[in-house]
Design a protein around this ligand. Sequence first.
Ligand SMILES: Cc1cc2nc3c(=O)[nH]c(=O)nc-3n(C[C@H](O)[C@H](O)[C@H](O)COP(=O)(O)OP(=O)(O)OC[C@H]3O[C@@H](n4cnc5c(N)ncnc54)[C@H](O)[C@@H]3O)c2cc1C
Ligand code: SF4
Length: 558
Amino acid sequence: MGKITGFMEFKRLSEASLPVADRRKNYHEFVLHLNDDQAKIQGARCMDCGIPFCTTGCPVNNIIPDWNDLVYRGNWREALDVLHSTNNFPEFTGRVCPAPCEAACTLNINNDAVGIKSIEHAIIDKGGENGWVVPQPAEKKTGKKVAVVGSGPAGLAAAQQLARAGHSVTVFEKNSRIGGLLRYGIPDFKLDKRLIDWRMAQMETEGVKFQASTFIGKDAPEKNIANDAKKTVSPTELLKKFDAVILSGGAETPRDLPVPGRELNGVHYALEFLIPQNKVVEAMTRRSEASDETTSHSTRPSKDTGQVAGYGAEMASSHPLPQTAGSAITSDLASVVGSPSRMASSSTSNVSRDVAGDGRNPISAAGKHVVVIGGGDTGSDCVGTSNRHGALSVTQIEVMPRPPEHENKPLVWPNWPMKLRTSSSHEEGAQRDWAIVTKEFIGKDGKVEKLRAVRVEWKDGKMSEIAASEFELKADLVLLAMGFVSPEQKVLDAFGVEKDARGNIKADTENYRTSKDKVFAAGDMRRGQSLVVWAIREGRQCARAVDEFLMGSSVLPR
Ligand SMILES: Cc1cc2nc3c(=O)[nH]c(=O)nc-3n(C[C@H](O)[C@H](O)[C@H](O)COP(=O)(O)OP(=O)(O)OC[C@H]3O[C@@H](n4cnc5c(N)ncnc54)[C@H](O)[C@@H]3O)c2cc1C
Ligand code: SF4
């Protein structure tokens, strides 16, 4: 519970960020975790509120008051154990989770919520820096084999839990690299990809096998930005070899905008822009690491097997991030956090990761007027990436009305409120506009030049166009970021699993079983497009259901 009077004594402190002008020059993470003293004071703000609504607000039910108290008392190692007891990957959620826990914090009723996410971030980074995150291999193997299809946070969480329960787990992934949208959706400036490699090393030592570049299903799609598969394994073959199969392939079908001019060059789905960019950054990082003799890890899949080369018996004991965030921005860090000593161990050159005017992404925003359609996380990532390319202007439009600046707390607390959210990418520069419907893309010689739109108003949940409100917007690049409608239906059909009304796999959250024997489902493929933290929750709960199915009972937590 922290310090009894802490919430009255101390103000909430947000994590420091590097200045916009600096971070727009590269893809480094720019949010700096709290130092020990800051985290301790923030932990002290947690009060003895009796019913910790934060714990139920958090989809993995992190035991937040306990780790707040442990951090306040300087017992970091135990705080890390408590955090890991409910969350396999706090290094991801501590960076990209929107923190519904903070909306549910009791202090949030009439004060600023405890900075829960920032404390989580500090705990896992400290654990990594001190080599406290070690493999936990099962003491006894069960002899049972489980296949996990898809290596996003749902698949990874399920795989880690099942391996720790003694099962032999293989994760299949159609891309050449592991991580799902953590790897190829979320940009590096929000989540450094070396964190995924770091966690994979732990999982490999715990016995998880990664089989990349392998499509599971029938009739693999053509090789494309979301599919590097060199091999196809049919559901029948998979079910013959494994005692249980978990489908955690995400919700990959993007929502389209089928208006006149959609076919024009320069109108793209957001991921057609973001995935290649993550690959460009990855290549730059690898080149940079290759030239750095002190960095010896490789998680590149082997050419022959598609399997990711292991880190060997010992997991890299230290966290990669001090090197990542270190680099040439160290001097800026000094001015921002005052104490950059933990970053000083930097050994990664930043030179090859600077991106001014980057043109290697086949879709470049450099020198263009960019319009992002869709106001969510994906749209915001397009804004941040476009600015890093050197776009002339970035405009983000949204069909829904502008949300209020502040929520009506007595009405909505402890639920997730609808309110205006300004992401770090918005801070870096973008025009935002709401209640707009795009009617047409207009171009010349096959290339988009502008879009025609109309303003709308919303009454009782119904939308109507405002008369004479039509306008045009200059657009050399249009990015469609309007969400994802469902998983790839072909994969579901190949397994013959029943679907729900939205085209997701039908399975409940008690036993995660699909209509097919031995086949389970978790994450976005079951619940539809969602969040990393929900994917981790489903992966964990699904693992328990699979363990119960295989062994008759389970000691894995839900
Ligand atoms: C651009 C973007 C930004 C986002 N930002 C955030 C954020 O900031 N915070 C947040 O909480 N959430 C964010 N999300 C949402 C979050 O990334 C997802 O909810 C989460 O990754 C879902 O996890 P998952 O494991 O269910 O699926 P995914 O992460 O989608 O992983 C599924 C994997 O399965 C593989 N696969 C699919 N079919 C097959 C097959 N047949 N054979 C082999 N492999 C297959 C795919 O290639 C993919 O790698 C973002 C999403 C996007 C698109
Ligand atoms: S995982 Fe997300 S919701 Fe849960 S404690 Fe961390 S930031 Fe809060």
